[in-house]
Write a protein that binds this ligand. Structure first.
Ligand code: GDP
Length: 295
């Protein structure tokens, strides 16, 4: 189950509402108090929770709901719609441009960048595209090798110039290579650090300026909750990120990152990572995620 704690608490609350015949304003108020606590406990951003509860409450105390024959059901529908809106509403898709489409993968070390570069290559392959993986993480000793192993496993070409050439130069040559060899997607795996620092951001800005990416995907670890949101804000301020991949949703994650990132930063979540295997990736569907949370 996704976000088990949150899902259980919301489902308990709504089962109680469903059990009631007519709802009074105070029933709705009580339910909203529980929703608020459940979201805060799931580590959702404080302001996001406040706005969310306010919106739901306003809609839920409307006459149409309170006088309906199944008011509990109505309130759940409203919560479902507002949760969907919170996570971005419509599904946000990967950019499609005149080939090659250049995708830069950014994020902190350990978030799952390299793994997800491979997973994306796999998705694109299934879509009959020809991706090129580019090894621009020249600092983490095993990163190039890791990408090469993924490439072999997938039978996707990996472009590398070792760890003695600058990432900007590697990215530039990779793009040239992709144009000559008819790749439709160039997936640039960049370096991460344990923490955001100026050196990292400068390098990423230089790579961005060189290859002019169509998409900058921020890979964030959903297990880190509100930290993931802070990280996303920093990257977005410096690089204008176009989408996020939320990783490790298969783990024991509470939901704070998934439910806050879009509302706080405006970055659409495009994919969810749901395991260590190469095909453990899903396009992120806000409506399906909301339905899964509400059971
Ligand atoms: P990078 O430093 O950002 O390139 O991170 P890696 O791609 O090397 O991933 C770091 C660790 O997280 C590896 O052990 C991956 O197997 C693991 N990992 C990445 N994505 C997921 C995911 O969606 N679910 C789980 N359970 N583990 C993941």
């Amino acid at each position: 189950m996704v976000f088990e704690g949150l899902a259980n608490r919301l489902q308990d609350t709504f089962n109680r509402l469903r059990g009631k015949g007519k709802l009074s304003e105070s029933d709705v108020k009580e339910a909203m108090r529980e929703v608020r606590l459940a979201l805060l406990e799931a580590d959702v951003n404080f302001k996001v929770v406040k706005d969310f509860v306010e919106k739901v409450r306003e809609r839920a105390v409307g006459q149409e709901v309170l006088q309906s024959l199944t008011p509990g059901q109505h309130v759940i529908k409203i919560v479902n719609e507002e949760l969907t809106a919170l996570m971005g509403g419509e599904q946000a898709k990967l950019a499609v441009t005149k080939p090659p489409t250049v995708v830069m993968m950014v994020g902190l070390q350990g978030a799952g960048k390299t793994t997800h570069a491979g997973k994306l290559a796999r998705l694109l392959q299934k879509d009959r595209k020809k991706p090129l993986l580019v090894a621009c993480d020249i600092y983490r000793p095993a990163a190039i090798k890791q990408l090469q192993v993924l490439g072999q496993q997938l039978e996707v070409e990996v472009f590398s110039l070792g760890d003695q050439v600058s990432p900007v130069e590697i990215a530039k040559q990779a793009l040239h290579h992709a144009k000559i060899h008819g790749h439709d997607y160039v997936l640039v795996d960049t370096a991460g650090r344990l923490h955001i620092d100026e050196g990292l951001m400068e390098e990423l800005q230089q790579v961005k300026a060189e290859v002019n990416p169509d998409e900058i995907l921020l890979v964030v670890d959903s297990m880190t909750g509100q930290d993931a949101v802070n990280v996303a804000e920093s990257f977005h301020n410096q690089l204008e990120v176009t989408g996020a991949i939320l990783t490790k949703l298969d783990g024991d994650t509470r939901g704070g990152a998934a439910l806050s990132i879009r509302a706080v930063t405006g970055i659409p979540i495009k994919f969810a990572g749901i395991g260590e295997k190469i095909d453990a990736i899903e396009p992120f569907h806000p409506d399906r995620m909301a339905s899964r949370i509400l059971g």
